[in-house]
Design a protein around this ligand. Structure first.
Ligand SMILES: NC(=O)c1ccc[n+]([C@@H]2O[C@H](COP(=O)([O-])OP(=O)(O)OC[C@H]3O[C@@H](n4cnc5c(N)ncnc54)[C@H](OP(=O)(O)O)[C@@H]3O)[C@@H](O)[C@H]2O)c1
Length: 304
């Protein structure tokens, strides 16, 4: 029998890609909130994360072997303007999922972020002291410690990913590709750095870590630290799009935006050492993104 995996935030960018990647080898259940979706080969169910009792009942019926918690309030702007909601969704709901998982002794993967540091140092490793600069970062940091207190065997995955999105949820790479394909100019920051990973690789790595029964905090990011501007340029070259439409801009000039770390790059050395391999640089992941489109994944997601 196929192992059963329950993914919260089921309508989100990460969860849908996770489900598509695993649906042949796992029995996948996408746990939905407001948005209802239908995905071939995948079970979907409305799941109330607000109550531990409801979650315990649902786990009893759904009988997952693994729980992946991706549900979150992911808009940095929305978190800043609605800090109570951000605390509730990002911290309380994550704690509820951890409590229900702990009751059944289920392996739990909690998805966190690279948005946890001041942003003045590069390629930080897992033991680095966290120091978030905005509400999104603070709530994601609180969630990490609450989840690990409740479920010490959980895996907390700090990451920053991209891949093909849906009609209603565009990834960073979608935004760039869509703009350039429709001949629109766009500005990308040359002074914001990160270590992006293709969702396909992220999911692969998490499942390798699960097979190794790992627990604790892991930086699952790509091998290369890059600016958002350089990422856009590489993406445009991979897809033979017009790089002259991309202008280099400075985040430092954007006084009206919510404060963000300028350098979100994380080191994946610990994970590479555990797996005995590299996770891939930006060009290798972009060529896989391109291949996914050629194989029809982008089209499939657009139909959702
Ligand atoms: N996207 C990135 O590049 C990135 C980078 C670093 C870390 N992350 C982390 O990765 C995870 C997944 O991100 P994503 O981009 O895939 O998210 P997303 O596309 O924004 O989706 C968020 C999901 O959370 C659900 N949700 C929101 N409020 C909820 C509530 N009250 N109860 C239950 N579910 C609720 C949403 O459902 P409804 O739409 O139905 O409300 C949606 O399915 C998050 O933990 C995020 O912090 C993302």
């Amino acid at each position: 029998m196929k192992p059963r995996i329950l993914v919260t935030g089921g309508s989100g960018l990460l969860a849908i890609n996770w489900a598509i990647m695993l649906r042949d080898s796992y029995s996948v259940v996408l746990a939905l909130h407001d948005r209802i979706i239908d995905l071939a080969g995948v079970e979907t169910t409305k799941l109330n994360l607000d109550s531990v009792d409801d979650l315990v009942c649902a786990f009893d019926t759904l009988k997952p072997d693994i729980v992946v918690h991706t549900a979150s309030l992911t808009s940095v702007e929305k978190c800043e303007s609605s800090p109570t909601l951000a605390q509730f969704v990002n911290v309380e709901l994550a704690s509820n999922v951890a409590k229900a998982s702990a009751i059944y002794g289920l392996p739990l993967v909690h998805i966190s972020t690279d948005h946890l540091f001041q942003g003045v140092e590069s390629l930080l490793d897992e033991p680095s002291a966290i120091s978030p600069v905005n509400v999104y970062g603070r709530t994601k940091a609180d969630a990490e410690s609450r989840v690990l207190d409740i479920c010490p065997g959980a895996m907390v995955i700090r990451t920053n990913f991209y891949g093909w999105g849906t009609r209603y949820r565009h990834s960073f790479s979608d935004v760039i590709i869509n703009a350039l394909r429709s001949g629109k100019a766009l500005t990308l920051f040359h002074d914001v750095f990160y270590t992006p990973i293709l969702i396909e690789e992220l999911v692969l790595v998490v499942h390798q870590l699960l097979e190794m029964h790992e627990s604790g905090v892991f930086h699952v990011v790509g091998d290369e630290r890059i600016s958002k501007f350089e990422f856009g340029m590489k993406l445009a070259r991979e897809f033979s799009l017009d790089t002259s439409l991309i202008t280099s801009g400075s985040f430092a000039d954007q006084a009206s935006l919510v404060q963000r770390p300028h350098d979100m790059s994380l080191s994946n050395q610990n994970v590479c050492k555990l797996l005995g391999r590299k996770l891939g640089d930006v060009n290798s992941h972009l060529s896989r993104l391109h291949l996914q489109e050629k194989n029809g994944l982008a089209q499939k997601l657009q139909e959702l």
